[in-house]
Design a protein around this ligand. Structure first.
Ligand SMILES: NC(=O)C1=CN([C@@H]2O[C@H](COP(=O)(O)OP(=O)(O)OC[C@H]3O[C@@H](n4cnc5c(N)ncnc54)[C@H](O)[C@@H]3O)[C@@H](O)[C@H]2O)C=CC1
Ligand SMILES: O=C(CO)COP(=O)(O)O
Length: 340
């Protein structure tokens, strides 16, 4: 059955997901607060700043009027930069009257509160207005989804019924969706891989090779799992699509904005210069702050994450920081039988 889906955020990911939903026979409506962008989508059927080569179906409508986007929508999909999600969720909550399925496709942790996106939605949108909260996550660059390249992702929720509805919504012959009950693990994997991707970009910018890349991905995954497990995640989630899957794609793809930002840092640019040049959201740059604070709170060691923080915010020299990481005290790799 054809469903109306309000897509809150008309950047590269929101636009690519709108295309999938339209091709699956649904009625997506994109919402953004940028007038010119909305006009371009409605009149030119393009969104050139975010996906330069894409021509959209005329069935995909866009609006700067949040009420218009939300009226009669059964599903509300949040695809905003993490830092504006709470404020927009509050606006959504004031408008919606009937129960909707809330979906988040954003990947980050909120500054100060350290909350996951589903926690923000839970806090801002009361229970009587939501049928379930689902996190959609996994290895999925918008640039590839936009050209119907094969993609598999996860729809995670404690409400399996809601997760299955979202699974059905997006499934087709180039998108395969798995469900997962561990929304905690899925959201930590999604947010924290962006930090490690900044590191992978920096290594490439400095000219390090594939051994270094593999080491960073592997030890990065150890850090992501350690932090996620401390907050209740299922360890198995981190070897799934939203864990190692997304970590691999973000650490190895030139499409990744986090990788691109890291690459420029490795080449000697400042964070401010980098963020201006990339021009799209680089979630790892803010999530690294939340991750370091969470690690301190739980007394967890995250050496790579902390090193990336010190390069971004404490003017640490990248090469020296890498050498310091390599020269830390010798350690054993963790084995499950060593765990208490
Ligand atoms: N681009 C990608 O391939 C993927 C991105 N993601 C995640 O999706 C989220 C969004 O990413 P992108 O679409 O790439 O971001 P983007 O930078 O391409 O676009 C963000 C969009 O949000 C809109 N926006 C910003 N502030 C707003 C506000 N206050 N009210 C209304 N609209 C506002 C902007 O106008 C823009 O349309 C991020 O958390 C990212 O990590 C997840 C998977 C893939
Ligand atoms: O999450 C993504 C791919 O799965 C997109 O990553 P970037 O935000 O680094 O582009």
């Amino acid at each position: 059955m054809k469903k109306k889906i309000a897509i809150i955020g008309a950047g590269s990911w929101g636009t690519a997901l709108a295309k999938v939903l339209e091709e699956n026979g649904h009625k997506p409506v994109l919402y953004s607060n940028v007038e010119d962008q909305i006009k371009e989508i409605n009149e030119e059927h393009t969104n050139k700043m975010f996906l330069p080569n894409l021509v959209l179906s005329e069935n995909i409508k866009a609006t700067t009027n949040l009420k218009e986007a939300l009226t009669n929508a059964q599903i509300v999909l949040f695809v905003l930069p993490t830092k504006v999600t709470r404020i927009v969720a509050r606006q959504v909550s004031e408008i919606i009257e009937d129960k909707v399925i809330l979906v988040t496709a954003s990947k980050g942790l909120e500054q100060q509160t350290h909350k996951r996106i589903s926690e923000i939605l839970q806090e801002e949108i009361p229970e009587e207005k939501r049928e379930g909260i689902v996190a959609l996550s996994g290895p999925s660059h918008a640039e590839e989804v936009a050209v119907n390249d094969l993609t598999t992702i996860t729809a995670a929720s404690t409400n399996l019924d809601a997760a299955e509805k979202v699974q059905e919504l997006f499934m087709n012959n180039y998108m395969r969706i798995y469900t997962n009950k561990d929304i905690i693990g899925v959201e930590y994997g999604a947010a924290l891989k962006n930090i490690i991707a900044l590191g992978a970009g920096a290594l490439a910018g400095l000219g390090y090779g594939d051994n270094a890349k593999a080491a960073l991905i592997t030890r990065g995954l150890a850090e992501i799992s350690r932090l996620g497990i401390a907050f209740g995640a299922d360890p198995l989630t981190f070897i799934g699509l939203s864990g190692v899957g997304d970590l691999i794609v973000t650490c190895t793809s030139i499409h990744s904005r986090n990788w691109q930002a890291g690459n420029m840092i490795g080449k000697g640019h400042s964070l401010d210069e980098v963020l201006e040049t990339v021009g799209m959201v680089v979630e790892g740059a803010s999530t690294v702050v939340a991750a370091c604070e969470l690690a301190k709170e739980k007394n967890i060691e995250l050496p790579i994450t902390e090193a990336i923080y010190s390069v971004l915010y404490e003017h640490a020299d990248v090469r020296n920081t890498i050498i310091e990481l390599m020269n830390r005290d010798p350690k054993a790799e963790a084995h499950s039988k060593d765990r208490k």
